[in-house]
Design a protein around this ligand. Structure first.
Ligand SMILES: NC(=O)c1ccc[n+]([C@@H]2O[C@H](COP(=O)([O-])OP(=O)(O)OC[C@H]3O[C@@H](n4cnc5c(N)ncnc54)[C@H](OP(=O)(O)O)[C@@H]3O)[C@@H](O)[C@H]2O)c1
Length: 333
């Protein structure tokens, strides 16, 4: 038995904003792994906007219920293995939940290469990087010279989307909250322009930032920002529907974006929703490209690493409030 501290979702937030009061710390004991299982030591927990969406009900995964160890993906190290394909010291990315140790069936776990810094395995070589890569290149189909707009642009997925669009020769516009984030996008990450959705009229500001119209919109947020993008799309534009973070936390919005479906019809838009795992069979090439861009300096990897298991609840609440720049994670061990 291994002593194990866990963060439990004590209460579902319902239509309220998520707060640290919805969580509690739990002391537990974790049993040794059985046949076909592994004991994992969690190194870094990934903070994802989707963690909040999972509290709203079942989606591409089952809903989180009150009393559950909070769900979440993590980079973890195998401590003890009763499975032939994994050995102590191997690294895996797994849905371990927010705890120090987890015992999981090894069947669906794959060893991942130990690339330094390890944090990159959660950011650019993890879900965020692959989501940016496939969402933009497969769903958005950008061509050199076109204009690409991305929302939540200073976040983990968005910051990579904008830079990959730039690598592909596109004009790149980011939408983010606040002057500091907008400045960072342009001055440090090479975006051509940025729109501050907290202080500007997004529809009008986008028209100025994308004078030739928008060919590809990578949507991380939904709601009013999707509406503003719809009005600025060019005929035959593509929208990669990645997420809807504006609608994960708090009460449901009073109405959906205007222009649906009218603008989709008249502009012949192609909206495509995706989940990163849809492209698992193309991961090898994606990781090769991402590694090459990081190595030659064309892709910067903003990361936001916090410390300690007990900081997880505040880290997620803060992510939803826009505290983070780049990939937020918590170092647990
Ligand atoms: N389809 C997939 O397979 C897949 C995989 C991974 C992630 N995703 C999606 O990707 C998006 C980004 O998620 P992430 O986990 O990487 O988080 P993130 O972008 O690192 O952080 C979330 C950001 O969202 C912004 N935000 C919060 N509330 C907002 C609002 N009301 N309106 C506009 N922006 C708001 C905040 O930045 P500001 O300061 O700019 O507000 C915050 O920093 C999410 O929609 C997520 O569901 C999808």
């Amino acid at each position: 038995m291994t002593a194990n501290r866990q963060i439990v979702l004590a209460q579902l937030p319902g239509g309220d904003h998520l707060g640290t009061q919805h969580f509690r710390l739990n002391q537990a004991m974790t049993a040794a792994p059985g046949e076909g299982e592994v004991l994992l030591k969690i190194l870094y927990v990934s903070l994802d906007a989707a963690n909040r969406a999972w509290m709203q009900g079942a989606t591409y995964r089952s809903a989180i219920e009150a009393g559950d160890v909070m769900a979440g993906g993590a980079l973890a190290e195998v401590v003890e293995s009763k499975a032939a394909h994994l050995a102590p010291g191997d690294l895996v990315f797994a849905d371990t939940g927010w705890q120090e140790y987890a015992v999981l069936p090894a069947k669906r776990l794959a060893k991942i290469p130990r690339i330094e810094p390890l944090t990159h395995l959660l950011s650019v070589y993890g879900v965020a990087g692959l989501t940016a890569y496939f969402g933009l290149l497969e769903c958005g189909q950008p061509k050199a010279g076109e204009t690409v707009v991305v929302s939540a642009a200073a976040g983990s997925v968005g910051s990579l989307v904008g830079q990959i669009a730039k690598i592909k020769g596109c004009r790149t516009v980011g939408i983010a909250g606040g002057e500091a984030k907008c400045k960072l996008l342009v001055e440090q990450l090479g975006f051509d322009a940025a729109v501050d959705y907290k202080s500007q009229n997004v529809r009008k500001a986008l028209r100025e930032a994308a004078p030739n119209g928008v060919d590809v919109y990578f949507d991380n947020v939904g709601g009013d920002i999707l509406e503003a993008a719809l009005f600025n799309m060019n005929t035959h534009g593509r929208i990669a529907c990645c997420g809807a973070v504006s609608q994960y936390d708090g009460a449901a919005p009073p109405h959906g974006p205007r222009g649906v479906p009218g603008l989709i019809v008249t502009k012949r838009l192609n909206l495509r929703g995706f989940i990163v795992n849809d492209f698992d069979d193309q991961q090898e090439q994606a990781l090769k490209d991402l590694q090459a861009w990081v190595a030659d300096g064309s892709l910067k990897v903003p990361e936001d690493v916090l410390e300690g298991l007990e900081s997880l609840p505040a880290a997620l609440v803060g992510l939803l409030a826009g505290e983070n720049v780049g990939k937020r994670m918590v170092k647990v061990a």
